[in-house]
Each structure stands twice: as C-alpha cells, then as structure tokens.
Design a protein around this ligand. Sequence first.
Ligand SMILES: Cc1ncc(COP(=O)(O)O)c(C=O)c1O
Length: 508
Amino acid sequence: MVSAPLLVELLGPWASGADPLNEQLAASIARAIEVGLLPPGTRLPAERELARELALSRTTIVAAYDRLRLAGLARSRQGSGTRVAARRPGLYEPYAASPIEHTDVEQPIRSVPRSPSGNVAFDQPIGLIELSSPVQEAVSLTIGALPASPRVADAIALALREDVPGLLGEMGYDPYGLPRLRTGLAAHMTRQGVPTDPDEIVITSGAQQAVHLIASAFGGPGTAVAMEDPTYIGAIDAFRTTGNRLIPIPVDPDGPRIEVLGLLAGAAPLRLVYVVPTFHNPTGVTMPAEQRRELVRFATELDIRVVEDLTPDATLGVGVPPPIAAFDHEGDRVLTIGSLSKIAWGGLRIGWVRASRPDIDRIVAAKIVADHSSSLITQAIAARVLDDLEAIAAQTMQSAAERRQVVTSALAARIPEWEWTMPEGGLALWVRLPDADASAFSRLAAEHGVIVRPGQLASPDGGYRDHIRIAYGTAPDRLVEGVERLATAWAAYAPTARRPRTSLAVSV
Ligand SMILES: Cc1ncc(COP(=O)(O)O)c(C=O)c1O
C-alpha cells in the first residue's frame, strides 16, 4: 500500500499546463509505474484519501484511476481497492531504476531522491504508451541486446552438468565473484592490452550494477560527475539516483570533447568522468586511441577517476582501440566496466569491474550492501561462456550487423528525412528528426504500436529534444514492422515532410 502522502511525494510537482487535472494525475502516476516506483501489486490510496491529500475533488481522482484502469495500468477489485496491474510482457524497459516483477505481490515503497526541480529523480519524460490503449502488440525498439545463441545454451548445459554440482557443497556467497570467472576475465582484459590480475576484478550483476555501485561508492550526494551528452540512459539513472550532480560533456565524431573537462574542473570540483568509449551508446561513436591517452593525462592532472564502460563492445578488442585503462600506466586512475550482456546474453546478468585492488575493495563493500554476491550458478555458466567467447562473439557481431542493415535500409526507404551516422558497432541508432519534438513524437509512435526512446532521456541535462534512440536488437521482421509503424506515425506527426522515395524493399 502506498499512502496518500507518500504517493504525493513520489509524484513531485505533477500539475502544469492546461490539460485536465485527472489526465495529468493519471499521466504522472503512469510515469511512476513505468519507472518502477510503484511496483505491480501496489495498492493505490483510496480515492477519498488522495483527494484530501491533493485538495482535489474525489471525481478528479476517480477519473484519473479510470484512465489508469482503461490503459491496463491499474485494476480494481471489490473490497481490495485499486492496485497497480502486473506488467504486460514486451512493455518493460530494462533501464528502470527499480526492480519490476511480473507479480501481484506487493513490494515495499520508499521515498526517493529528488532533483533540484523538486521532482523525483526519475522525473524524465517517458513514452506513456499504455495510456493510449494500444490495440496491437507494440514493437519495442528500446532494447539494444540480442537473444542468446545456441552456443550460450550449450555453455549453460555444460555448467549445470559439470560445475554446479561442485558448487552446491559451498556456502554460495562470494562478493568478489567466482575465482574461476575472475581468472578468465583477468585473462580476457590482459588480451585486450590491460594486464590484469584476478584480484583486480569484481563480478557484478550486469554492467548496470557496476555503474550503480561505482556511482554510490565513488560518488554520492552533490558529487560532480562528468559524462557524455548524450550517454547511456541507465548511467544517467544510476548517477542521478545516487545524488550525483551530472555535468554534460559534448560528444563529437571523435568521442567526448575532453578538453571541456579542463574548463569544467575550474567551475566544479569533479571527482569522476564516466564514458562509453567504444560504440558509444547511443551515438555509436568510437573514441580514437589518442583521445583515450589524452583523457588519462587530463584525469591525472585533475586528479579525477575515469570510469570507462565497454559494455557495447562485442569485438573482443579486434579492430578497435585498446581500453582507456591500457593508457593508465600507474594503474589506479581508470575503472573499466565490462559485461557479457551484449557479447553473449543479457539474461546471464554478468558484468564486472576491472580496477586497482583498493578500488575493487571499495566496490565490494558497496556490493555486499546491495546483494551480498552475484549468483554462483550464473557465474559458473559465464565462465563456460568465456571459454567459447570468440565463437559466441562472432555470431553476435554477425546478427548485429544484419539487423543494423535491415533497420537502416528500412529507415532510409521509408523516412528519408531522418538523419543518423551509421555506427560500426553496438545495437542502437541515434536519429535526428528534423523540426520535431521527440517526446511528443515518441508518444505518438507508441499510439501507433512502436516504442522508441526520446533523446532527452539520454541527455544528462535534458537536451537532444529532436533526437530519438532506436535500438535494433529485435528480430528482423519485427524491425521492419517497427519502421513501418514509425513511418506511419511520422506521416501523422509531420504531414508536410518529404514522402518516401521508394517503397520498402528489405531482405530480412
Ligand atoms: C553502456 C552500457 N552500460 C551498461 C549497460 C547495461 O548492461 P547490463 O545488461 O550488463 O547490465 C548497457 C546496456 O545497454 C549499456 O549500453
């Protein structure tokens, strides 16, 4: 149960503009549900109680709850009030800052950090897809990850047969991570040009946990953290919800403009800089080696740590510059985040951090608080995946390249006025929509059954309002369908825009 005062606190300032209050209230509650602040099963306050708290009429609350029910976000049962509905598959976004479960079991709700505007820290606009009562299953172009290949299934079977029985005799907790996996990852990092000892690795539950642990262990309320603008949405969430102050660094075709760091450092005492140097999410840009060297030099001069997130890179180091840590000759300036999510499978939830031993200890202290230890079973599987990583990564890169081809051909054919730079890796396109408000367009696209992320979600200061992020991990036929729906939505949004040159002819 969320009490009326807590709900009001969670929503922050929700009423502005001329839209009817019941609509605005429903939209605000929907947003809280969408980002996981109100998990499925949560009982919403009684209408009368919320009306009193908000000093509104009960009719307004009834109308708002009706909207949520119509949109499938809430349900009511005689005697048990109105509850947040279980999520429908396909509409869940993995970067949500709180765990969301497909369950009706009520989960505890706590108050959350607020941004200076007074809104909750998750107050970024999101596509209110459910409010439009979609009649068709939405195509989600938000997840930059692929399904597992059969080789991953083989690794799972092997680990369950050969490794897990032996683990069952142990206590089952290891906050640093399974030694065999840490040894394998140390060798993996060493092969990429970063000599690494197994003690310099900690295993995390995906790269997202690594970012979050670093954000809390090395940053914290009021800490100035520089990050690329745009950047990975989940990193914005992690740094922001741990209270850090986000300082945007512009990104150009050579990666972040690191000379800006010098200017920023004069204005704010920076402690960390977070970058995604290879196949940057969302632009796809790769930072050249010289820039990486320069970044370490700047960071040393300014006495700040660099956090490099290599998650989107599935090349295993072939054809891309070495990690930034390779230029950190003292070995204590750079923390490197990696993950098996894009290379092998996100369902493993295996990420890691490579850093100096004192820094690893600091992260482990935060990890113990967060979850004691990642699952030993998935770590055993990950170690087997690592043994076959070259073949798995080759398949991944081939699938990603095929999908990139499908989505870019479809977009070029159907919406020629949209602009993007062809990325060489990763699984996302950063697209500029001429003269458009990407948030409004994303909402309209949702009504047409396709979900994309508006650019401002990927911007630490809410810029890029004319961009969208299109992730293309989805199956090729769904990608084509998604682009079709985007084209229909675009025609409705910008009826005077140039029409397609050709009809869609894409091989899938
Ligand atoms: C740059 C970056 N970091 C971290 C993550 C999260 O990865 P994981 O699934 O391993 O938590 C992603 C996922 O899209 C990403 O692009």
